[in-house]
Structures are given as structure tokens and as C-alpha cells.
Design a protein around this ligand. Structure first.
Ligand SMILES: Nc1ncnc2c1ncn2[C@@H]1O[C@H](COP(=O)(O)OP(=O)(O)OP(=O)(O)O)[C@@H](O)[C@H]1O
Ligand SMILES: Cc1ncsc1CCO
Ligand SMILES: [Mg+2]
Length: 262
């Protein structure tokens, strides 16, 4: 892919308002990640206002990590508005294979046609109707195992599907690519996947979605590499990761991105 850095520049110029209906674990981490990246996060989940708020945002992310019925109502209403107003929205199907409640909600949200679906391998397998119960929010499968499921889910849903892990896989059902950026410390810190979903949403504002997703994943993974080079463990990694998101500029991203057609 040519010049992924231009997508970072565009995101920072827009500084998009990203509406997130996310989980209790991710809320603070994700807001800080979005601010460090150059976007404006807002965590708004009350069913009384989520739909109205979605209409004000440049992008929406929906994450079912700690969902309960009033939140599910807010998610469906917000996604419906995003769809009607052509506001890009990203689904993060946390632990979707774990319970019947999550499977049913995941299926309903897919029918609301997310622009992008971003999950780990177990989650993408489960959302595609294949095995993939996972281990709660953690994946028990390799990304490679979920490539077929990702392609099938992309075709069924119309979404670009991103499966993240050691090497990320992205497909729109026709095209596919892999992003090799990242660091082994990333799955040792909670809510980085959730936060990445918000960053993907931020990159989508006004940009072609397949390329925007690849640029967002490379940016996030590159920040992980830079943080991992100095961190002593998961605690210092979190701090270094926010600093790296802030420090990386367009040229650094274009030079460091490891994106290959699959
Ligand atoms: N083993 C690994 N090596 C390098 N990078 C990794 C590895 N595992 C995950 N990542 C990176 O970590 C980020 C988050 O992806 P991950 O698949 O861990 O999300 P997740 O399981 O949804 O996380 P969570 O639910 O805790 O928020 C991505 O940028 C991904 O590329
Ligand atoms: C740990 C955890 N549990 C529910 S959501 C969440 C954040 C990572 O997905
Ligand atoms: Mg996750």
C-alpha cells in the first residue's frame, strides 16, 4: 500500500469526533488512546441519547465487552442512525462466541451493516458462525485459522473485516492484506484491541475504508513496536504506548508500516 502516512495526516487534520459505546474496562484507556492519536473521543451510552449523539459524530464504535440490555438498545439505535446518515461505524464483537446472549446481539448488530468489523480470531470465527468460543475476551485461535471466516463474514455483512493478532488480516471479501506491525506485549495490556477499534473508526472519517483500516492497524502496531523497545513490562508499556501514538508522524508511519497484499 502506498503512503499509509497520508491517512494519519488526514485523521489528524479532521480530528474526528468519535462516538464510542464501549465497555467499562476500555473506557478510560480508549479515550486516552484516541486523544494521543489526534481524535476527539466521547463515551456516550445512555439509551436516551446514544442515537441522537451518533448523528453528531464523524465515526462510531460499538463494543459489546460489558453489555447489558439497556446498552444493547443504545447500540442498535446508534448503529441505525449511523447507517441512515452514512456515518462510518465499527463493530468490536468482544467475546461474541461465549454466550447465547452475545451471539444473538452480535448477529443483530451485523445486520445493521457495520462499515468495519474488528475482532480477534476467536471472535471473527464465532461471528461468522464457525467455532470460536475463545477464552472470554481473549483469543484461543491464530489469525490464520480465521482467514476463511473473515472472508465469508465480509461477503455476508458487506463490512471490511479485520482479524487482529500477531499478524493482522484484513479483507473486504475480495481484496485482502496482512499487517505485520505489533509487539508481543500488546495482548498483555487490557483493552488495546478495544482502543484499536476506536482508532480504526477515527481513520475512517472521510477515507476509503479498506486502506484506512490498513493504515490504522499499521499505525497502532508501530506504536506498539516503539513502546516495546523501551518498556520494562506491561505497566511501563501502557505509558510508552500513549507517548508513541502521539509521537509517530506521517513519514514515520509510511517508513515503518509492514503491509502486504494477501
Ligand atoms: N502476539 C502479538 N504480537 C504482536 N502484536 C500483537 C500480538 N497480539 C496482538 N497484537 C496487536 O495488538 C493489538 C490488539 O489486538 P488483539 O488481537 O490483542 O485484540 P483483542 O483480543 O480484541 O484485545 P482486547 O479484547 O484485550 O481489547 C493489534 O494491534 C494487534 O496487531
Ligand atoms: C477484560 C474484559 N472483559 C470484558 S471487556 C474486557 C476488555 C477487553 O476486551
Ligand atoms: Mg477485543
Amino acid at each position: 500500500m502506498e503512503d499509509p502516512g497520508q491517512y494519519l495526516t488526514s485523521m489528524r487534520q479532521t480530528a474526528p469526533l468519535v462516538h464510542n459505546i464501549t465497555n467499562y474496562v476500555a473506557m478510560n484507556v480508549m479515550a486516552n488512546v484516541l486523544l494521543a492519536s489526534g481524535a476527539s473521543p466521547a463515551m456516550v451510552h445512555a439509551r436516551e441519547e446514544a442515537a441522537e449523539f451518533a448523528g453528531l459524530a464523524q465515526a462510531l464504535s460499538i463494543n459489546i465487552g460489558t453489555v447489558s440490555p439497556p446498552w444493547a438498545e443504545a447500540m442498535e439505535a446508534a448503529a441505525t442512525v449511523a447507517r441512515a446518515k452514512d456515518i462510518p461505524w465499527v463493530l468490536d464483537p468482544v467475546a461474541v462466541g461465549a454466550t447465547a446472549y452475545r451471539r444473538a446481539l452480535g448477529a443483530r448488530l451485523v445486520e445493521l451493516r457495520p462499515t468495519v468489523i474488528r475482532g480477534n480470531a476467536s471472535e471473527i470465527l464465532a461471528l461468522a458462525g464457525e467455532a470460536g468460543a475463545g477464552k472470554g475476551a481473549d483469543s484461543t485461535e491464530s489469525v490464520a485459522t480465521a482467514e476463511g471466516a473473515a472472508r465469508a463474514l465480509a461477503r455476508h455483512s458487506g463490512a471490511v473485516v479485520a482479524v487482529t493478532g500477531a499478524v493482522d488480516f484484513v479483507t473486504d471479501g475480495e481484496r485482502a492484506a496482512r499487517v505485520a506491525n505489533g509487539h508481543a506485549m500488546m495482548p498483555r495490556v487490557t483493552a488495546l484491541g478495544c482502543s484499536l477499534t476506536g482508532v480504526v473508526a477515527a481513520f475512517l472519517a472521510g477515507q476509503p475504508r479498506f486502506e484506512a483500516v490498513l493504515a490504522a492497524l499499521a499505525y497502532f502496531g508501530l506504536a506498539g513496536e516503539r513502546a516495546g523497545a523501551t518498556a520494562n513490562g506491561p505497566g511501563s508499556f501502557q505509558v510508552a504506548f500513549l507517548d508513541a501514538l502521539h509521537a509517530i508522524d506521517a513519514d514515520t508511519l509510511t517508513a515503518g508500516a509492514r503491509i502486504e497484499t494477501a
